[in-house]
Design a protein around this ligand. Structure first.
Ligand code: SF4
Length: 64
């Protein structure tokens, strides 16, 4: 499982890294700095939580 964040859509709400801190990291301005992450085994639920709670729908989940 992989997640990809569209930085052009992210507005820096910070919900992803607040709710799923083991997957997402914020930058100094509050935007999501994790643009392409391989989700470690066991953290799929946390990744999904981040995806579902992004108000801008900037995060895409890729199931490979
Ligand atoms: S929740 Fe969405 S809009 Fe907010 S920082 Fe994360 S990716 Fe960006």
């Amino acid at each position: 499982m992989r997640i990809v964040v569209d930085a052009s859509v992210c507005t820096g709400h910070g919900r992803c890294y607040s709710l799923a801190p083991e997957i997402f990291v914020g930058d100094d301005d509050g935007y999501c700095a994790s643009v392409d992450v391989d989700v470690p085994s066991g953290l799929e639920a946390q990744a999904l939580k981040g995806v579902r709670n992004c108000p801008e729908r900037a995060i895409r989940l890729i199931d490979d």
